[in-house]
Design a binder for this molecule. Structure first.
Ligand code: TYC
Length: 103
């Protein structure tokens, strides 16, 4: 908006853009009846930097509760993780599903 001043100068104020801080996204694995447990553990180690014990705990949570959070990331990182996990699973002929959710 332009502010009019008595000395005839015009101050150009910055346009108010509707900016919000970049959100964080949970990346989740979903249960299915076919993907082997050891493959899910390997995914959690490879793409989410979990050790064997952490990976096993998350895999079992998915198996028992239907889904679990593997990690929390900025949007672009979360999108890449989802794509990588799905591509790796399909290359290995498993139906494992991975999704993201804004927090
Ligand atoms: N339910 C699978 C089985 O019994 C194991 C599994 C765990 C699959 C986690 C997917 O995200 C998953 N073999």
């Amino acid at each position: 908006m332009n502010a009019d001043h008595s000395d005839q100068t015009t101050v150009l104020e910055p346009e108010k853009l509707d900016l919000k801080p970049p959100g964080m996204f949970k990346v989740l694995l979903l249960n299915d009846d076919f993907t082997p447990m050891d493959f899910v553990v390997a995914v959690l180690e490879k793409y989410f930097s979990k050790n064997r014990e952490q990976a096993t705990r998350i895999m079992l949570q998915v198996h028992r509760e239907g889904k679990a959070v593997c990690g929390v990331y900025p949007k672009d990182i979360a999108e890449t993780k989802v794509q990588q996990v799905i591509a790796f699973s399909r290359r290995n002929e498993h139906p494992l599903q991975c999704m993201m959710e804004e927090m």
